[in-house]
Design a protein. Structure first.
Length: 220
């Protein structure tokens, strides 16, 4: 029995969703999405928090988007406070796919600065999807606090999120270009390149930023 709807769920499907074999879990999740049943809501969300396979997690998100948003969105929002990092990350990812603008207030600075890189990356992507037009500049400023965070992939994710906001990010890029930290400057420069040319390679040239700083500080 499931608390969401009071309906019983085929126990064979429940077993398959948590089977040892990833392909079995994938097929079960596909079945759950093909025949959406609100009685599976809690099971699917609980599975998101522990599923180790990327492709199954992606299918779980799809299956959840097939359910009524008025049921999934409140349940996903509760996951944003979970102690489990994957639960937070997957909830953010799924909310970004649903795209309900009412979720925006739940994308807090704490999530955008989450110490777990995958949670933060999911929060950045969700934020740029859900942010209202009049909050875009403030979001750009908040995201800019994360310049120079993490490895190359984390930095590229941040740059792509910022670039998706458009020209509103130009003032924060200018401020970052004046940072005393060469890694912040390099990250800002790479972000500006993506803003001007979304198809450009992500060129994170810290050495160049250091050379520019040295020239700027050299006596005339």
């Amino acid at each position: 029995m499931n608390s969401t709807s009071g309906k019983s769920v085929d126990p064979r499907l429940l077993d398959a969703l948590s089977a040892t074999d990833a392909s079995t879990r994938l097929q079960a999740t596909l079945a759950a999405g093909t025949r959406p049943d609100p009685a599976l809501l809690d099971t699917l969300i609980d599975r998101c928090a522990v599923e180790p396979d990327f492709y199954v997690r992606d299918m779980l998100t799809w299956a959840l988007t097939r359910l009524p948003a008025e049921l999934t969105v409140p349940r996903l929002r509760t996951e944003l406070d979970s102690d489990r990092t994957q639960a937070r990350s997957q909830a953010l990812h799924t909310l970004s796919k649903i795209g309900d603008p009412a979720v925006w207030p739940a994308i807090t600075p704490a999530l955008l600065r989450d110490p777990d890189d995958e949670v933060a990356r999911s929060a950045w992507r969700a934020a740029v999807v859900l942010v209202p037009d009049d909050e875009r500049a403030a979001l750009a400023g908040e995201l800019a606090t994360q310049f120079a965070r993490g490895d190359r992939e984390v930095r590229r994710s941040l740059s792509r999120a910022l670039a998706a906001l458009g020209e509103v990010i130009v003032p924060v890029l200018r401020r970052a270009a004046g940072s005393t930290d060469p890694e912040v400057r390099a990250h800002a420069q790479a972000t500006e390149q993506l803003l001007r040319d979304p198809d450009a390679a992500f060129d994170l040239d810290v050495d160049a930023a250091k050379r520019v700083a040295a020239l700027d500080g050299a006596p005339c």
